[in-house]
Design a protein around this ligand. Structure first.
Ligand code: NAP
Ligand code: MG
Length: 489
């Protein structure tokens, strides 16, 4: 009998039985130095300068990353412009095939992406493995499906691509934000110059390797690394047709000013300070899980984090007691350990920003409560924190902390909580916990938030649009809506 040879099997599932042990990281192929991905190849930066990227859980340097200057941005834009002529003309079906291929390659290399994401950014491996990486692949799958259906998506109109899109993303969901940006741009026939955040460039560069391997025509996607200066050069480049930015409200405002008077199109996905509202008729245990997930997911580095808790007065004591008990069970520590709930804060700067808010909150008179967990001596960590008895005027209530810090306020009536929830410069998301469908419908129409979750929180799907009101920005990503910012009619 001939011995059966095993077919090479592609791992398209993401529900692994185990998370990689720290020693598995040795098998992750990281280079010592990363160059810029321009016109289908990795090239040295014009300045010859590189900056270090660190593992925030160990403070160890992982790799060096090229710093792109204005000249590199110009080279990347020229490559994208040249590629646009061809890419925008190939058949939609063909375009879709390339995007599907990228999605499948992400799934195939999911494990590697998850480990690198966790090492470079500090998020728990369970989250990169089960959420970030599968969602990134799903985004490419979803938008691949739209490529040859644009005329059905926009009946009686003739959608056309804009040209070259300059895309700038933050450090909290590095791979996922790259997918949110690149997939709809490609599906609509645009070409891309993307800049990841300085502290978390590695998965975008891994994506660049994958894109090269996928055979996508040269120059369709260019990934260039660097700090704010590189971002500014993308924003100011005269031959870019669209800027898609996700990041802080301050930088978003600067970008809006910088492109005023030009014919560049703009979408801004900015900060948030979401209200998570618990009514007395809510399923309390589920709501407590929703509060924990709402604020402690990804160390609270989430633009739509449920960072302001509103609890109806009659159940406030029980909710807060259960919340404190639940916080005691959260494991803060090594992000590569599959049991970790809260990983490392992304950078030293972000940790000092959070610590400063802890000081401000105490000075303002809110009562601080932290879980009794111990924190590793090395690396950047923050204990899960509550600010009880917070007031609407406190800075910790009004400003985005972007860490595992939750302010707690109580309310009596629905009118009162709507007013307080909306009395904030941001309008990205909100959560409502109640047994009554009518209450949910009432609140979703009155809360000024782009996304409102009911009896759940922080759930994402490529089919559903995401974006904000007020200082949380404008334009939508995801779903059919996410195609529009990349099209002209
Ligand atoms: P950030 O400081 O605004 O940076 C975002 C990106 O812009 C990074 O790539 C950054 O590069 C670059 N950049 C910095 N200065 C620039 C400039 N003057 N011109 C052009 N680009 C510039 O934000 P972040 O600290 O990385 O991310 C956290 C913020 O993002 C939070 O406010 C969060 O709410 C928001 N966010 C929003 C969403 C959403 O969908 N609404 C999603 C995720 C995050 P460097 O990293 O090298 O500085
Ligand atoms: Mg890093």
């Amino acid at each position: 009998m001939t011995k059966k040879t095993k077919e090479p099997k592609l791992d398209f599932t993401t529900d692994w039985a185990y998370a990689p042990a720290p020693e598995d990281t040795k098998h992750i192929s990281l280079k010592k130095q990363y160059d810029l991905f321009i016109n289908g190849e990795f090239v040295k930066p014009n300045s010859k300068k590189y900056f270090a990227t660190y593992n925030p859980a160990t403070e160890e340097k992982i790799a060096e990353v090229a710093e792109a200057d204005e000249k590199d941005v110009d080279t990347a834009v020229k490559a994208a412009r040249k590629a646009f002529d061809k890419w925008s003309k190939i058949s939609a079906k063909e375009r879709g095939k390339y995007i599907y291929r990228i999605a499948r390659l992400i799934q195939e290399r999911a494990r590697e992406f998850a480990v690198i994401e966790t090492m470079d950014g500090g998020k728990p491996i369970r989250e990169s493995r089960d959420i970030d990486v599968p969602l990134a692949a799903n985004h490419f799958f979803y938008y691949a499906g739209w490529t040859d259906k644009l005329e059905y998506a926009f009946p009686n109109r003739t959608p056309k691509p804009l040209g070259v899109a300059g895309q700038i993303i933050p450090w909290n969901f590095p791979l996922l934000m790259a997918a949110w940006k690149i997939a709809p741009a490609l599906a609509t026939g645009n070409t891309v110059v993307l800049k990841p955040a300085e502290t978390t460039s590695l998965t975008a560069l891994k994506l660049a390797e994958l894109i090269r391997d996928s055979g996508l025509p040269d120059g369709v996607v260019n990934i260039i690394t660097g700090a704010g200066r590189t971002g500014t050069a993308i924003v100011k480049h005269p031959d870019i047709n669209k800027i898609a930015f996700t990041g802080s409200t301050d930088v978003g405002k600067m970008i809006q000013k910088a492109i005023a008077g030009t014919d560049k199109k703009l979408t801004l996905e900015l900060g948030g300070k979401a209200a998570n509202i618990i009514f007395e008729d809510a399923p309390i245990d589920q709501a407590v899980e929703g509060i924990v997930n709402g604020i402690f997911f990804n160390q609270g580095h989430v633009c739509c984090a449920g960072s302001r808790l509103f609890v109806q007065e009659s159940v406030a004591d029980v909710v807060i007691r259960k919340l404190k008990d639940r916080m005691e069970t959260l494991i803060v520590g090594d992000p590569l350990d599959k049991n970790t709930d809260i990983g490392a804060i992304n950078s030293k700067e972000q940790l000092s920003k959070i610590n400063n808010y802890l000081k401000i909150g105490k000075e303002e008179g809110a009562d601080i409560y932290q879980s009794s967990c111990s924190i590793l001596g090395k690396g950047y960590f923050c204990k899960p924190t509550l600010f009880l008895n917070a007031s609407q005027s406190h800075r910790v209530v009004q400003e985005e902390i972007f860490g595992p810090v939750l302010t707690v306020q109580t309310f009596r009536t629905i009118e009162e909580v709507i007013e307080k929830a909306n009395n904030i410069p941001y309008g990205l998301s909100a959560g409502v916990w109640t047994d009554k469908g009518s209450k949910i419908f009432n609140l979703t129409s009155k809360l000024r938030a782009g996304v409102v979750w009911a009896n759940t929180y922080n759930k994402f799907d490529p089919t559903s649009p995401f974006g904000g009101y007020k200082e949380s920005g404008f334009g939508r990503e995801g779903g059919l809506h996410g195609l529009m910012p990349y099209l002209k009619f």
